[in-house]
Design a protein around this ligand. Structure first.
Ligand SMILES: Nc1ncnc2c1ncn2[C@@H]1O[C@H](COP(=O)(O)OP(=O)(O)OP(=O)(O)O)[C@@H](O)[C@H]1O
Ligand SMILES: [Mg+2]
Length: 386
């Protein structure tokens, strides 16, 4: 177990090339599970390779337990990594691939056997131990790569998309196993994934990255409920958040957003908020599950009548699409409430769940201040000071 801190880490693969990592600031506590997400090519594997010592950083520092390890060779860092490309030893059997790291650490043969048996059972590869990597499917190779890391007890685990090649069922099983194992061992972990559910369920903290820049670093709940900008809001959540471009109006000392379904209009009260917003183009963000059907109650929440254009039953819930301000809007409804195409629905919104973004810069406007850049910086500083 160890704390991990990335201080202003920069990486360029050569002069003339754009920086691949830009001023990365992340600090996690001993035993925490950090999820790293972002689009392909944003620098996730590069960051993992820098932490493991397989790539040199071009600036900044990487600290484990407060000690700068950036100059240390990979073998001295006591970090176990599962590569996106597996990187198995092709001439060794699965058993020897898993045992390799233990042998060079001079573990007793009987203990090695116990450890290999433990991870093989965990990863459901007991029947493959005598095979060579070339005789395995992609998903099987991926589990062997995982086994090789899990057989060790390093200070830090780095997992680069370790479940990406598994089928859906096995993937869900492995996710639960990884969570159980982490609860038991509490080894500090950095885990790259494209999977929304893995990001939300496994992570104590999530870092969302784009173009080599950390867009937001926080708990899964902060990232989901309080996204710092339009990119984070659109990247996390499935189905994604709805974005409705509009202009705001100021009246009676507060701002209002006007929604128009073609059948009806409704005004959402957005509270006081800073001056000048009414002249800006903004984007109103609302998650599909925050739109409900008005039950004819006391009418205390704003509501609007809209025509159902498409329905998509997913099983546990039904996605219903309507049009607001000429933008397709997804509502996530209980299957028994799901109406027919062409039906007219009275939809209601909780104004406090509505987010606002600047249409030009994508930055969050007003509302929950924690997502503002300066407060994010303060939070990072606070984490670093621990
Ligand atoms: N050895 C290298 N030399 C030059 N550029 C590189 C090198 N390795 C990676 N890059 C570039 O750095 C950027 C980040 O690559 P990286 O592999 O870190 O992305 P990633 O976020 O892991 O993507 P993916 O989700 O597809 O795995 C890419 O533009 C890539 O082309
Ligand atoms: Mg990668």
């Amino acid at each position: 177990m160890a704390t991990l801190e990335l201080r202003n880490v920069n990486k360029t693969y050569g002069s003339g090339l754009p920086d691949t990592l830009k001023n990365i600031e992340i600090a996690i506590d001993s035993g925490e599970f950090l999820i790293l997400v972002g689009p392909s090519g944003c620098g996730k594997s590069t960051l993992m390779n820098c932490i493991a010592g397989l790539e040199d950083i071009s600036g900044g520092a990487i600290l484990v337990e407060g000690q700068d390890i950036s100059g240390m060779s990979p073998k001295d860092r006591d970090i176990a990594m599962v590569f996106q490309s597996y990187a198995l030893y092709p001439t060794m059997t699965v058993r020897d691939n898993i045992a390799f790291g233990l042998k060079i650490r001079k573990m007793a043969p009987a203990d090695i056997d116990t450890e290999v048996a433990r991870v093989a059972k965990l990863l459901q590869i007991e029947h493959l131990l005598a095979r060579k990597p070339g005789q395995l499917s992609g998903g099987q190779q991926q589990r062997v790569a995982m086994g090789r890391a899990l057989a060790r007890r390093p200070k830090i685990y780095l997992f680069d998309e370790p479940l990406s090649n598994l089928d859906a069922k096995l993937r869900v099983e492995m996710r639960t196993e990884i969570k159980l194992m982490h609860q038991r061992l509490k080894t500090t972990t950095v885990y790259v994934t494209h999977d929304q559910i893995e990001a939300m369920t496994l992570g104590d903290k999530v870092a969302v990255m784009k173009d080599g820049i950390i867009q937001q670093f926080g708990t899964p709940q902060q990232i989901y409920n309080d996204p710092a900008n339009l990119f984070v809001a659109s990247f996390i959540g499935s189905p994604p958040m709805n974005f409705i471009p509009l202009r705001l109006q100021r009246r009676d000392g507060q701002l209002w957003a006007l929604l128009d379904s073609g059948q009806a209009r409704c005004e959402l009260p957005l509270g006081a908020m800073e001056e000048g917003l009414e002249s800006r183009e903004v984007i109103l963000g609302i998650r599909p599950e925050q739109i409900g059907i008005a039950q004819g109650g006391d009418g205390s929440l704003p509501s609007i009548r809209a025509e159902v254009q498409v329905t998509e039953p997913t099983g546990p819930d039904t996605l219903v699409f309507v049009e607001l301000n000429q933008t397709k809007v997804c509502c996530r409804l209980a299957p028994d409430a799901a109406p027919q195409v062409g039906a007219s629905l009275e939809l209601q919104f909780e104004p406090s769940k509505v987010l606002l973004f600047d249409a030009q810069s994508g930055e969050r406007l007003g509302l929950l201040g924690a997502a503002r850049p300066q407060e994010r910086a303060a939070k990072v500083a606070q984490l670093k000071g621990r």
